[in-house]
Design a protein around this ligand. Structure first.
Ligand code: LLP
Length: 419
């Protein structure tokens, strides 16, 4: 459910016309609906109202501090994967006690930063990382709370690039070894405090069964750990709940909630979630302007001013994003590719798609672009990154200015001997 709709054939974000924003801010630009963000948070929160839980929004999905602040104000914590994300989270007002830190390759300086911040816990992904955190905590005279991210070897039935819970994936520690590591840490790593078990099996899951399978395995691990005298207060389920981009039948958070609560009944833990996409995906659009159209003998092309550097998902995963005309057209649809200006054939937003007959100067909204859109954008082809705008009712705020040409060369230098 989102708040992007047509009113009298004009496309609106809440009560603001997209055309007006494009005129004032320029294109390409990302537009997020605040009401959609808060609604998504509330739906997720509501699904777990009967059990102790903490929603740690996954910063990587959309890391703009205004977006983070929206969830923080709603009571949420954050899931981070880098020092940079920790910096953003703190700038957005996150409570350190609601921050979990995931990721396979945490650097020493990042671990130190997190320890000094006093985060809730590290989600540890390897035995070496566990020892590194223990050592750094000792040097800082601190205790580090941790969970081990277990790799339950469950197939999440999603795109292979975003499957993470199989043995062949780089993530987490396999069950047997994870249990040994908890016991080892308890007996030998004195600067560590085990407080939870963590599991994240992948992203854009549209079925509940992989979550339930992973939970079943995680539950067994928790029971084994308790029998070994290891205290487990938190069960971090990661993120991964999918959304509808085209016609996927993604489960509503309430269904996901029911399945998770059923599978964890009697376990006496606080549940932690790290949702990303389900919070922001359908709360954002990317608005682009048509530069040219051209008719080949095999294809029609609609060339727009946004490109794969702005939204990489179609080129990276072949993902589908619906495309809408910002001013509705009554003329017959055409079949065309929507492409950007970048010098690669992989630079596309749609292929052989039935679309309104876009003409030069028309605006289009590329839907469901709130998650892994701007946060994965780059400056490829020396394209300044797009502006980001947040809508709240009938008001809009530029929450990130469009980059300038000057931003492009920030920090670059020509060595003296070459001058
Ligand atoms: N927790 C961990 C440890 C993760 O690695 C991720 C996502 C999440 C939570 C949030 O997952 P979500 O709820 O958003 O599914 N760029 C890809 C998605 C990569 C997901 C990476 N990890 C895409 O555009 O589809």
């Amino acid at each position: 459910m989102h708040f992007f709709t047509y009113k009298n054939n004009k496309f609106y974000a809440e009560a603001v016309s997209i055309e007006k924003i494009a005129k004032e801010v320029g294109t390409p630009c990302y537009i997020y609906s605040h009401k959609t963000l808060t609604r998504h948070y509330a739906a997720f929160d509501e699904a777990f109202k009967d059990v102790p839980h903490l929603i740690c929004y996954s910063v990587k999905a959309n890391s703009n501090i205004a977006v983070l602040n929206t969830f923080i104000k709603a009571g949420g914590g954050v899931d981070i994967v880098s020092g940079g994300e920790l910096f953003r989270a703190l700038k957005a007002g996150a409570n350190p006690k609601k921050i979990v830190y995931s990721g396979v390759g945490k650097r020493e300086d990042e671990i130190e930063y997190a320890l000094k911040t006093g985060i809730l816990m590290f989600n540890v992904e390897s035995p070496e990382e566990l020892r590194a955190i223990n050592k750094i905590a000792g040097r800082l005279k601190k205790k580090a709370n941790f969970a081990i991210r277990v790799n339950p070897n469950v197939d999440p039935k999603t795109h292979p690039y975003i499957s993470t819970g199989l043995k062949k994936n780089k993530f987490g520690i396999e069950t047997e070894q994870a249990i040994q590591e908890y016991v080892y840490a308890k007996n030998n790593l004195k600067n560590l405090i085990p407080i939870g078990v963590d599991c994240h099996i992948g992203s854009q899951l549209t079925q509940l069964s992989p979550f339930v399978d992973a939970l079943r395995k995680t539950k067994e691990i928790i029971l084994t750990l308790r029998s070994e005298g290891v205290e487990v207060k938190y069960l971090d389920m990661g993120g991964g709940l999918g959304i509808t981009y085209e016609n996927e039948d993604a489960p509503h958070p309430s269904k996901y909630g029911k399945a998770v609560i059923d599978a964890t009944r009697g376990l006496d833990v606080t549940l932690i979630f790290e949702p990303g996409r389900v919070m922001v995906g359908n709360a954002g659009i990317l608005v682009a302007k048509v530069l040219y159209t051209k008719q080949g003998t095999e294809k029609n092309f609609i060339i727009v001013d946004a490109a794969m550097n702005d939204l990489a998902r179609p080129s990276l995963y072949g993902s589908y994003h619906a495309i809408k005309a910002v001013t509705k057209k009554s003329a017959k649809e055409i079949v065309a590719d929507v492409v950007g200006p970048i010098c690669e054939s992989g630079d596309f937003f749609a292929k052989d798609r039935e679309l309104p007959p876009f003409k030069s100067g028309d605006l289009m909204a590329i839907m469901s672009a709130g998650a892994y859109g701007f946060s994965m954008s780059s400056n490829y082809n020396s394209r300044p990154r797009a502006a980001e705008v947040m809508i709240k009712g009938n008001k809009f705020t530029i929450i990130r200015e469009r980059e300038s040409y000057k931003d492009l060369t920030k920090g670059e230098k020509i060595p003296k001997d070459r001058q």
